[in-house]
Ligand binder design. Structure first.
Ligand code: TXA
Ligand code: MG
Length: 323
């Protein structure tokens, strides 16, 4: 059996036996193991070199699985999940005793999501039980949006890579906590604030961690990072002038800025479509990282729609950012 393919039955059998399978989702690829098996869950942390304090998201195939994983689910959360699932949104709820402390890093809460990709949904339904899955990248690196990205970095750690093509959203899920009276957004992601507001009928509270002791522990300052240093700036040409003689890479929304001598250029959406830009972001960051440039100059995106989450990722990837 080859390491990569589209065999959902094989993926289910590997997971059942406690193996690690990289699964396609609409946001990014996940590195999955069944939550029932502590050893399998521990192997996720090992494979990613992920610190044990950073909890995992549990992925479900049916709505009623939530009842076993969580307790005291607020009515508002139930209504909300039926609007957004399957989809790029994770809910933070009180955990039941069925979820081990390994999955939640000892937190009394659990993050749950029903992914929108048809192959991962079919896999979960065949498997009949939830899996924990962080993004399938080494800890701190850019998330994978294709099966090839996973193979590039984790081929020696996974038992199977289920190839579902390129991720349609391209950014990790938006995390919404229902642990308090009001829903609180803890991570910007694949569903925009505008879309959330429209669904909820009110603007959600935002509590995006910007320091290194965050409430959503994955929200460390330095994350989603390329190996090559990256700067985030509203004015890429001015920024580029600060580094004469250096091989520079450009990451921009819609223009090539031909007046500057770029070594490599990545334009995310010629027509300035922020959904298209989000879909292309992580692959472009990986290409820039491998292009031989010494510095990536990234343009600050419009603070609207998925532009906000793109800026969040670029900010965390950056060594320095000019406001
Ligand atoms: O789109 C996604 O969410 C992808 C796909 C694979 O589903 N997964 C993903 O997982 O991005 P990961 O591990 O890269 O990010 C999970 C983050 C944690 O770092 C943390 O910020 C938050 O989810 N999280 C998980 N459980 C939590 C908990 N109990 N309390 C607070 N935050 C939690
Ligand atoms: Mg991640």
């Amino acid at each position: 059996m080859s390491l990569i393919g589209t065999d959902i039955d094989h993926a289910a059998a590997v997971l059942k036996a406690g193996g690690l399978v990289a699964i396609p989702t609409e946001t990014v690829y996940g590195l999955a193991a069944v939550i029932r098996d502590d050893k399998a869950v521990a192997s996720i942390f090992e494979a990613k070199k992920r610190p044990a304090f950073d909890p995992l998201i549990v992925h479900i195939g049916e709505f009623d699985w939530v009842e076993e994983l969580c307790r005291d689910i607020p009515e508002a959360a139930r209504t909300f999940m039926h609007k957004v699932w399957p989809g790029p949104v994770t809910l933070l709820l009180k955990k039941s005793e069925r979820v081990s402390d390994l999955v939640t890093s000892g937190q009394p809460s659990v993050a749950v999501r029903m992914p929108g990709h048809p192959m991962s949904l079919e896999l979960l339904r065949k498997l009949g039980e939830p899996v924990a899955a962080p993004s399938a990248n080494p800890f701190g690196y850019v998330s994978p949006t294709s099966a090839e990205h996973v193979m590039d970095q984790l081929r020696n750690e996974v038992d199977y890579v289920l190839d579902g093509g390129e991720a349609g959203v391209g950014l990790e899920s938006t995390i919404v906590s229902f642990l308090e009276e009001q829903p609180v957004v803890l991570r910007l992601g694949g569903m925009s604030l505008e879309a959330l507001t429209a669904l909820m009928g009110t603007e959600p509270v935002l509590r995006i961690a910007t320091h290194s002791n965050p409430e959503a522990p994955g929200q460390l300052d330095k994350h989603y990072a390329t190996r090559v240093p990256l700067v985030l700036t509203p004015n890429v040409e001015e920024e580029a002038n600060l580094y004469p003689g250096m091989k520079l890479g450009l990451l921009s929304l819609n223009r090539e800025y031909p007046g500057t001598d770029w070594h490599t250029v990545e334009v995310l959406s010629k027509k300035s479509d922020l959904n298209e830009a989000a879909r292309n972001l992580f692959a472009a960051m990986r290409r820039l990282d491998q292009s031989g440039v010494q510095l990536i100059v990234a343009e600050r995106f419009p603070e609207e729609g998925l532009g906000r989450a793109i800026n969040d990722r670029l900010q965390r990837a950056s060594v320095k950012s000019a406001k």
